[in-house]
Design a protein around this ligand. Structure first.
Ligand code: FES
Length: 238
């Protein structure tokens, strides 16, 4: 496979052609923040948190989707980049419930951690917020689309890892949300196998397990071969 030479933050490196700027940077210990990216899933480039500068390219590009090429010079942490990332997070928070203290993911939330790292101290933008009903049609999982940042990680793990194709995008624009495709009957006809992989993939508090609310499946350790799933599918090799 062809290799290419590039420079990321003054660090010369050689990587395989087609490697993303994100993977190339991470391979030498340069941290670029991400929200919609998950290793081994198709990169989506939807959150815009991983933006970087490539010399000779107008504007910022998303490191998770942009491939390194021969002679490329990349900057990942300039003042302009940090400001752009901060604006992205501020816009997400403008349409996000301000209830971190009562959220199950408090102190374990990627959006919260990123806001802190980027120095977001206030909700800068006002305006209308989404008002979705909480979906508890799944016997084990609660979906709060008001907290969803539309990263698509749950949709992609459901399709690409579990091959269930239960989750997908519905509606458009401001009303875009993730729901079970075709509003399935979650108990009787859904393709959902209740594996919990989507909950594990969610970076915020949009998907949580009912067991954590004191109802539904009790927390119990089981043997599993699944590398992602925090819930366990009861598949026992022995
Ligand atoms: Fe690259 Fe979301 S992590 S756009």
């Amino acid at each position: 496979m062809e290799k290419v030479n590039s420079i990321i933050d003054n660090l010369p490196m050689q990587t395989y052609k087609g490697t993303s700027v994100l993977d190339a940077a991470r391979s030498v210990g340069i941290n670029i923040p991400t929200l919609c990216h998950l290793a081994d899933l198709t990169p989506e480039g939807s959150c815009r948190v991983c933006v970087v500068e490539v010399e000779g390219v107008r504007g910022l590009v998303t490191a998770c989707t942009y491939p390194v090429s021969e002679g490329m010079i990349v900057h990942t942490n300039s003042a302009a980049i940090r400001e752009a990332r901060k604006s992205v997070v501020e816009l997400m928070l403008a349409n996000h419930p301000q209830e971190c203290l009562s959220c199950q993911r408090n102190l374990d939330c990627e959006l919260q951690a990123l806001a802190s790292t980027l120095g977001v101290r206030e909700i800068k933008y006002g305006g209308e917020r989404r008002q979705f009903a909480i979906d508890d049609s799944n016997p084990f999982i609660i979906r709060d689309n008001n907290k969803c940042i539309l990263c698509g990680r749950c949709v992609r793990v459901c399709k690409e890892v579990q091959c269930c194709n239960t989750l997908d995008w519905t509606e458009r624009g401001f009303n875009t949300k993730v729901t079970p495709a075709f509003d399935e009957d979650m108990v009787n006809t859904s393709s959902c196998v209740f594996c919990g992989t989507c909950v594990s993939a969610c970076p915020v508090g949009a998907l949580t397990e009912k067991a954590m609310n004191g109802v539904g499946r009790p927390d119990k350790k089981v043997k599993t071969t699944c590398p992602f799933c925090g819930a366990g599918c009861n598949y026992d090799l022995n």
